[in-house]
Design a protein around this ligand. Structure first.
Ligand SMILES: Cc1ncc(COP(=O)(O)O)c(C=O)c1O
Length: 335
């Protein structure tokens, strides 16, 4: 495999994926297969009513050659929150984690070498499989985990991205499903994502869908800002609780920063020293410029990555790649 050419695409691995079936109130034992297709009924609830939740997490080959899975229990918890909201059966935490660990084991040869800065991306997926025509909850489901090697998000090193504030499409409603990782949220933001890309922006900065004034998310990532000695990140019921953001908040606090989780008015953008998007994909994508489509205003943060963002990025990457001791218990070594 040519690790240096990997992007964030589905690269056929030849490795195994896992399937577990929920029926009559119990989960089956995992089945492992190299088949990349699912046998699914044409009337399965996930195909029609969006009854699906998914996750994304990475395994890294460390500087010591050991493979570390980053915070799988946090993903298990988040998927369970999604399952509850969609009235799907929950995957118990231990079953979720054990299945992810087993998939890493069975795809060991696809965990990229340390030097490549690439990783093995795991995609757990929970789908309602019961055939139904009318809208209703289902008590038959499938839990799938597959793994794909992915390249480093920034091949030429971390650099700032440009984002657009586009209020023409809401990502999520305050009492909707924005706080869980379900496909419908991505469907509802696809058009603005396409428009942003066609105009040369890396991501859309979403505002709240009531006043279109408070920052919600930045593409498929959370938003954070640095202002003096503060790490500021938006608080809202329609934001997905990012595991990366949660980790950065702890690291920021341990570095002596004050962590503020509160509504963040878009008007505050010019007052920030640094800002960025954070998520599993890139850890941190620093924001170089924000363009507001409605007001025509732009805020520039420069072409260099801010020093606090770099320090946070390095602190998290050092844990993921085993370059520093994981005193938080975030990594699970897969033997
Ligand atoms: C909408 C959205 N927000 C935030 C995140 C970042 O979450 P995490 O750090 O758990 O990857 C993601 C990616 O999963 C996402 O899709």
């Amino acid at each position: 495999m040519n690790w240096s050419e990997l992007g964030f695409n589905f690269n056929r691995t030849g490795g195994e994926n896992a399937r577990l079936y929920y029926k009559d109130g119990v989960w089956s034992a995992p089945e492992f297969t190299t088949d990349e297709y699912l046998p699914i009924h044409i009337s399965a609830a996930c195909l029609h009513y969006g009854l699906e939740a998914f996750e994304g997490l990475k395994a890294f080959r460390g500087v010591d050659g050991k493979v570390r899975l980053f915070r799988p229990s946090a993903n298990a918890y988040r998927m369970a929150c999604g399952a509850r909201k969609l009235c799907l059966p929950e995957v118990p935490e231990q079953l979720f984690v054990d299945t992810c660990v087993e998939i890493v084991r069975r795809n060991m040869e696809f965990v990229p070498p340390y030097e490549s800065r690439a990783a093995l991306y795991l995609r757990p997926l929970l789908i309602g499989t019961k055939p139904c025509l009318g809208v209703r909850s289902v008590d038959e489901a499938m839990f799938v985990v597959f793994a794909v090697p992915v390249g480093p998000y920034f091949k030429e090193g971390i650099h700032p991205i440009n984002v657009i504030v586009d209020r023409r499409q809401d990502r999520a409603a305050p009492l909707g499903t924005g706080d869980v990782k379900v496909g419908g949220n991505y469907a509802s933001s696809m058009l603005s994502f396409e428009n942003a890309h066609n105009q040369g922006f890396a991501a859309v900065m979403y505002t709240d869908s009531v006043e279109h004034r408070y920052i919600e998310e930045c593409g498929a990532a959370n938003f954070f800002a640095i202002k003096g000695d503060k790490y500021i990140t938006p608080k809202s019921p329609s934001i997905l609780p990012s595991i990366t953001n949660g980790s950065l908040r702890i690291l920021a606090s341990d570095m002596g920063l004050i962590v503020e989780e509160r509504p963040v008015d878009i008007a505050e953008l010019p007052t920030f020293d640094e800002c960025g998007a954070c998520g599993t994909g890139a850890v941190i994508s620093p924001i170089g410029m924000v363009y507001d489509l409605q007001t025509g205003e732009t805020v520039h943060y420069g072409s260099e990555v801010g020093k606090v963002s770099v320090a946070l990025y390095n602190a998290l990457k050092d844990i993921q790649y085993g370059r520093t001791q994981d005193c938080y218990g975030w990594t699970l070594i897969v033997e």
